[in-house]
Design a protein around this ligand. Structure first.
Ligand SMILES: Cc1ncc(COP(=O)(O)O)c(C=O)c1O
Length: 414
């Protein structure tokens, strides 16, 4: 089976909500604008729209620093590099916390060691739409008088006991970047269950976020381009070709788009892009439910393969499923699977390439740290897109490659 030749259709690595051209109509829908619909979807009185998830995090950290005057932010050692860049942008110090083995959760012992009276905030992170253990982070943070910001950038639609993630800590944020379900081509939603903190978050936004027509124009063109190209027949040009070029160069960081600029743009989110997002919200609940059903079926198929663990959610939680996150036992098997499938157009990819201390370009903002579980997670995981465009036959072909590589490895090591 030729698996490493790109086909005409290109499956995106995550399940982004397919855009409709009707979304581009410039008048707000009857149901209300982006913030109103976001609030209804998340189940809160109010959300605050920012120009990115990173900008939402910057607003949250700036607010908490003003309120508490502390300097240290505790974040998972395996997360989006933008988190480290945001912490540096705010003039704060990043303290990395290892993951629990084979999990997206913060390791309990490492968290206990990381938390002291200098800590401003702890960032439990709902990676890949999985629901993280926020209660443990809240307990540790409260013990030292620190705040909790839930990083739900990848988890719009994820719930625990029927309630959206992002509300158990002091504040939480969701990303509306490309590939995160609903997108305004970069955007973010900031939430807090605490009304007085919400007022402070708004105040910070007024103080540090300026209206920038140049950025709005750029993002508006990018959003139009996204609407034109986000379809299997054209993603080959917009996503597949640059991906394969990066893989040929041996540059996995560029291949997954982990090579972020070190400067964070802070600007308003314009009216037209808000309207596009507001219209798309109408389709999001059904889309998230559909993703959940497909993920359940496909998880069952993958669970039948010995040697593969698919990350799930704790009891009472229902994550959202942009992709299935798989862990293999051996880095060599993971790499052999990727050698055949990453770049083959079937939606197989990686989450983040490294644990944060291992990105060369982040050396100025991330110090070294002993984070073996995060490093192992980076070396043994891969993702399979949960896009509705990945049909059953293609998914089965992906499973077959995984099975073949596991058998090959078992024979070679016998
Ligand atoms: C875990 C996590 N945190 C924060 C961010 C930043 O969000 P944005 O891209 O909207 O700035 C991302 C984006 O990928 C992310 O995955």
């Amino acid at each position: 089976m030729p698996t490493n030749h790109p086909r005409l259709a290109e499956i995106p690595p995550t399940a982004g909500l397919p855009p409709h051209c009707g979304d581009l109509w410039p008048f707000a829908p009857r149901q209300g604008g982006l913030e109103r619909q976001g609030a209804a979807f998340i189940g809160v009185d109010e959300v605050q729209a920012e120009c990115s998830g990173t900008a939402a995090l910057v607003v949250a950290l700036t607010t908490l620093r003003r309120l508490a005057g502390r300097r240290v932010v505790v974040a998972p050692a395996f997360t989006c590099p933008l988190v480290a860049i945001a912490v540096a942008h705010c003039g704060l110090e990043l303290r990395l916390c290892d993951l629990a083995p084979g999990s997206i959760d913060l390791d309990a012992d490492a968290l206990a060691r990381a938390c002291d009276r200098d800590v401003l905030a702890v960032l439990p992170t709902h990676l890949g739409g999985r629901v993280a253990d926020v209660a443990a982070a809240v307990e540790r943070a409260r013990a030292v008088g620190a705040f909790v910001i839930e990083d739900a950038a990848q988890a719009l639609g994820a719930r625990r006991d029927g309630r959206s993630v992002g509300l158990e800590g002091d504040a939480g944020f969701f990303s509306l970047a490309v590939g995160k379900g609903l997108t305004t081509y970069e955007g973010g939603l900031l939430v807090s269950a605490d009304a007085s903190l919400r007022r402070e978050l708004r105040r910070t936004s007024r103080d540090i976020v300026a209206w920038r027509p140049d950025w709005e124009l750029r993002r508006s063109f990018e959003l139009l381009g996204y609407h034109a190209f986000y379809r299997p027949s054209l993603l080959r040009l917009a996503y597949g070709a640059p991906l394969r070029r990066a893989l040929r160069r041996g540059d996995p960081v560029a291949a997954v788009g982990d090579d972020f600029p070190l400067r964070i743009p802070l600007h308003g989110l314009g009216r037209w892009r808000r309207t596009v997002g507001a219209r798309a919200f109408a389709r999001l609940p059904a889309f998230v439910a559909d993703c959940r059903l497909r993920a359940r079926r496909r998880r069952a198929r993958l669970a039948a393969i010995a040697g593969v663990a698919v990350l799930g959610d704790p009891a009472g939680a229902e994550g959202c499923w942009p992709f299935l996150l798989l862990q293999l036992r051996e880095p060599a098997v993971r790499d052999a699977i990727l050698a055949r499938l990453w770049g083959a157009g079937r939606g197989v990819s990686r989450l983040f390439i490294h644990a944060l201390p291992d990105y060369a370009y982040l050396r100025g903002v991330v110090g070294d740290a002993d984070v073996p579980h995060a490093r192992r997670f980076a070396a043994t995981t891969l993702t399979i897109s949960n896009s509705p465009w990945l049909g059953d036959a293609d998914f089965e072909a992906v499973c077959a490659v995984i099975e073949q590589e596991l058998v090959r490895n078992a024979v070679a090591t016998a």
